[in-house]
Design a protein around this ligand. Structure first.
Ligand code: DGJ
Length: 383
């Protein structure tokens, strides 16, 4: 009897050992035994393989700026990742926007079926200008793993008015309004007296500020660029041109004065969901959830998607959203991908991947798990 029991125990242990688990917050080794260096990243599923691109960080505080470029990994099962090298290297040319030492954050890749090109968008800050440039960079490649060719950077939607503002606001600022704005000290975080209806007008001619960003590919293959604009106080959702290389000029503003960063959009049963963070630099804060029946809104605030103790939820389990990944072959299964930033040594930053599930009212929620596998999506988890 004892022998039978120990045999069962042994085989259960073997099965357990073979089933890979996500372990949020723990080092996650690639095929070379090195912690996956793809931060603020995103994932494209293409021809049966997941491709994860992200910021390649180096040791020490200088690692928060781009010293190497955008890294790429590939995987068939989301657990085991092959290092595919640097997909978009920074430049050695001091005249290039993406010269070594610039800030290049939150890269995302998508595939354009019509052009056959892979397109990468990222948040770009020009070297030695802090976070003042607030631009979007674009690169393309013929192969998903690169090399990506840098096309340029800009502030999106120059010359275009957001479609969801009243006509009486579609005009440049008066001298008095400009003077009032020039007295406000914006620091990228909550700003007293934030002018909710002015900054998009100030930047209408030259293009809108664009910092934290994501891309969302809809079922009809239209693509939307979601970015923190107007000094991080207001999000914009901007449709791209059919080649995915530029903004189309068709865009909306949402949650003016809401101060949302780290946007990640996903769609489930015809509804659009948006997860964001607040604006506290590298420090984690409470996540926000919003939903809409159309990508162009109206968007409703659904509060905090995290379920747990206040200690856990007020810092999103010590993470900041970077992407929501639909799991292939499992309808309704989504993975929240977050970063637990380590600004003093960014190369060490752990990845926080947690399952996103839906409660009986169809509202997505996030719960902390030390360890979990994709089989979790086969059962209902308690809220
Ligand atoms: C928060 C953003 O989400 C990050 O991508 C990065 O820009 C940091 N702020 C910099 O403080």
């Amino acid at each position: 009897m004892r022998n039978i029991l120990s045999a069962i125990l042994l085989s259960l242990t073997a099965i357990h050992a073979e089933t890979p688990k996500f372990q949020p917050g723990q080092p996650w080794l690639d095929d070379k035994g090195v912690h996956i260096n793809a931060h603020g990243g995103g994932i494209l599923f293409h021809e049966g393989i997941y491709y994860w691109c992200g910021q390649f960080m180096v040791e020490g505080a200088a690692g928060n700026a781009a010293q190497v470029g955008v890294s790429m990994y590939s995987s068939k099962d989301l657990h085991h990742w092959k290092n595919e090298g640097i997909a978009l290297p920074v430049s050695d040319d001091p005249k290039s926007d993406i010269v070594k030492g610039c800030i290049l954050e939150r890269p995302k890749i998508i595939f354009n079926r019509k052009t056959g090109k892979f397109v990468m968008w990222f948040h770009l800050e020009l070297k030695s200008q802090g976070y003042g440039a607030a631009r979007s960079g674009v690169a393309v490649a013929d192969k998903v793993t690169g090399p990506y060719q840098y096309l340029g950077s800009f502030r999106p939607n120059a010359g275009a008015w957001p479609s969801n503002v009243p006509d009486n606001l579609k005009k440049p600022l008066s001298n008095e309004e400009s003077a009032a704005i020039s007295k406000i000290r914006f620091n990228g975080g909550l700003t007293p007296d934030y002018p909710k209806e002015s900054l998009f007008r100030l930047h209408q001619e030259g293009g809108q500020m664009a910092r934290d960003m994501n891309l969302f590919v809809d079922d009809d293959e239209k693509v939307y660029h979601i970015y923190s604009s107007e000094n991080n106080g207001t999000l914009h959702i901007s449709q791209l041109t059919d080649d995915y290389l530029k903004p189309s000029g068709n865009y909306i503003r949402i949650f003016p004065g809401g101060f949302n960063e780290a946007p990640a959009v996903f769609k489930h049963q015809g509804k659009y969901f948006l997860i964001t963070s607040g604006c506290t630099g590298w420090k984690p804060n409470r996540a926000h959830l919003a939903s809409a029946d159309s990508i162009f809104g109206p968007w409703s605030d659904l509060g905090d998607p995290c379920v747990g103790t206040d200690e856990q939820t007020k810092i999103t389990f010590g993470s900041q959203s970077t992407f929501v990944l639909p799991v292939q072959g499992k309808p309704g299964a989504f993975i929240f991908m977050g970063d637990r930033w380590k600004p003093s040594n960014p190369i060490d930053a752990p990845h926080i991947w947690l399952p996103l599930q839906f409660d009986k009212n169809g509202k997505p929620f996030l719960k902390w798990l030390d360890s979990w596998g994709l089989d979790l999506f086969d059962s209902v988890i308690e809220r």
